[in-house]
Ligand binder design. Structure first.
Ligand code: NDP
Ligand code: BG6
Length: 500
């Protein structure tokens, strides 16, 4: 039972701003960014003085764009939507044409006068990663960052395409922006339940002493989605699951579970501890990649009673695409705390259901005094962070079934976030607010991004440059838990997937 009445106050953003979103016609902008900004606006968390410009190649005028975005905002009060949308503008932009950016600059300057925002500009790159460097160069070369009160830039994950492109993007960003004004976003870090992992570990004293190889047998991280690629083939078919989920969301979850306690709850100290985890990831040598991984791509199947198409039949996907839409990996962290403990990571599209869960599996009891007394085995304790949906934290343990004979049963002690009366805020609301305030706490640092790429780039190269790659990508039916090879893999280790 959660005690009510303790309010966690959200401070509004006071400073005026102009927000320029590149990739304004895309999935992220219409489904997450602008609905999140609308919610902040509706709850009076934004300054009175702000405007938003959407920029992309697609052609819209302001009015068409407002209608387009309006259809993605779920709100019954049409007046409040209308007021919000009045602040939204659109500018068709060619990312390679400097004149296009100069013309965008004229629009920005004119709106800055109308809205009296001062020259406080935020550039948001909601585009596929291959476009980021070009856009940053054009922003800088067209003088959009010159003579401003401040200018910040937000870069979506995946940050870069591989190690080299991430380093190059960092260099280009630093030509025009200070590191403290660069916000590398990973919206999983804005999820309430993800932030709670650190609270759980470091605001309770009873778990930390057993949070190590002496007591933990293994850890599983599953990020499963039932949706397919939708209309995002332009981005996804070139990215694939490793760039889309592993190099960022999953590795960030792993770092929160595995890191040492930072001395203080400050952005730089937390980043330092994450970097140490990334540095300790045991590299998977090319010849060992098949022994540590399983990759898959979905074929047609049934989800929620509906037949859904194969990945290769999705709009915009090549009929011969070898892009993986599923991956599982076994990885090790080479340090004292985690030596020899496997972390099983799994993610995919068009899987059985949407669920993101981290389960920490403890060792079985060293010796059973109940041998010969009870017939059922004693199951190990499992601590589960259910990150979404039905957000909760639960612990399974053994109890005696009431009665005169000796029988066990595992039961679950459950804390559900639903017990709080406050709704769980959308991750994008939190990341946008923090960015507007200049708070770097939940954003990713340059070093962390580059080291994470160091680990994943050889795996991506193996998949994309290896001649035998096709043989390593197994088909799986939509609506299942991925290729059966993934279940076999963990079974061979004497374990099974917790989420099934
Ligand atoms: P989309 O595929 O919807 O692409 C965004 C926009 O970029 C498109 O509307 C299109 O605009 C332009 N674009 C797409 N492909 C190309 C291309 N090959 N060349 C030039 N322009 C192109 O992607 P998302 O919006 O889903 O994702 C954008 C970024 O946001 C990615 O980095 C993704 O990882 C990240 N992200 C997405 C989330 C989501 O839920 N969608 C959640 C979290 C992060 P136009 O043609 O009009 O220029
Ligand atoms: C994004 C990926 O980063 O995260 C998408 O690009 C994925 O492919 C999405 O669908 C999942 O986010 P969430 O918040 O719905 O778990």
């Amino acid at each position: 039972m959660v005690k009510q009445g303790i309010q966690c106050r959200i401070d509004p953003v006071c400073e005026p701003f102009g927000l320029i979103i590149y990739g304004a016609s895309g999935d992220l902008t219409k489904k997450k960014l602008l609905p999140a900004l609308f919610n902040l606006y509706k709850h009076n968390l934004l300054s009175e003085k702000f405007f938003i410009i959407g920029a992309a190649r697609s052609s819209f005028n302001d009015s068409d764009y407002r209608n387009f975005i309006g259809s993605y905002i779920a709100e019954e009060n049409r007046d409040i939507i209308k007021h919000f949308l009045k602040r939204l503008y659109y500018k068709s932009t060619d990312y390679n044409d400097i004149n296009s950016f100069k013309s965008l600059k004229r629009k920005i300057v004119s709106l800055e006068r109308s809205y009296r925002t001062g020259k406080r500009r935020i550039f948001y790159l909601a585009v596929p990663p291959l476009l980021c460097e070009t856009i940053v160069s054009s922003i800088g070369e067209a003088g959009l960052t010159l003579s401003t009160d401040w200018s910040k830039i937000v870069v979506e994950k995946p940050f870069g395409w591989d190690l080299n492109s991430a380093c190059s993007l960092n260099r280009t960003l630093h030509r025009f922006f200070h590191e403290e004004d660069i916000f590398r976003i990973d919206h999983y870090l804005g999820k309430e339940t993800v932030q709670d992992i650190l609270l759980f570990r470091f605001a309770n004293s009873i778990f930390e002493p057993i949070w190590n190889r002496n007591h933990i047998d293994h850890v599983q991280i599953t990020v499963s989605e039932s949706i397919g690629v939708g209309e995002r083939a332009g981005y996804y078919d070139r990215a694939g699951i490793i760039r889309d989920m592993f190099q960022n969301h999953i590795i960030q979850l792993l770092s929160l579970i595995a890191m040492e306690p930072p001395p203080t709850f400050t952005p730089s100290r937390i980043r330092e501890e994450k970097v140490k985890v990334f540095r300790s990831l045991r590299p998977i040598e090319k010849k060992h990649i098949p022994e540590h991984t399983v990759f898959g791509q979905y074929v047609s199947g049934e989800i929620d009673g509906k037949i859904v198409p194969a990945y290769r039949d999705e709009k915009g996907v090549s009929k011969s695409s070898n892009t993986p839409t599923f991956a599982m990996m076994k990885i090790y962290i080479d340090n004292w705390r985690w030596q020899g403990i496997p972390f099983y990571l799994r993610s995919g599209k068009r899987l059985k259901k949407r669920v993101t869960e981290v389960s920490v599996h403890f060792k079985t009891v060293p010796h059973s005094i109940f041998k010969g007394v009870v017939s059922n085995e004693i199951k190990p304790n499992v601590l589960v962070f259910r990150l979404q949906p039905d957000e909760s934290i639960n612990l399974t343990f053994q109890t005696k079934i009431p009665g005169t004979s000796m029988c066990f049963r595992d039961v679950t002690m459950n804390f559900s976030y639903r017990d709080y009366s406050e709704p769980i805020p959308e991750a994008y609301e939190r990341v946008l607010l923090d960015c507007l305030r200049g708070d770097q706490m939940i954003f990713v640092g340059q070093e962390g991004v580059e080291i994470a790429w160091e680990f994943f780039t050889p795996i991506i190269d193996f998949l994309e440059k290896g001649k035998k790659v096709v043989f390593h990508i197994h088909n799986y039916k939509a609506g299942t838990w991925g290729p059966w090879e993934s279940d076999e893999f963990i079974k061979k280790d004497g374990r099974q997937w917790w989420v099934k």
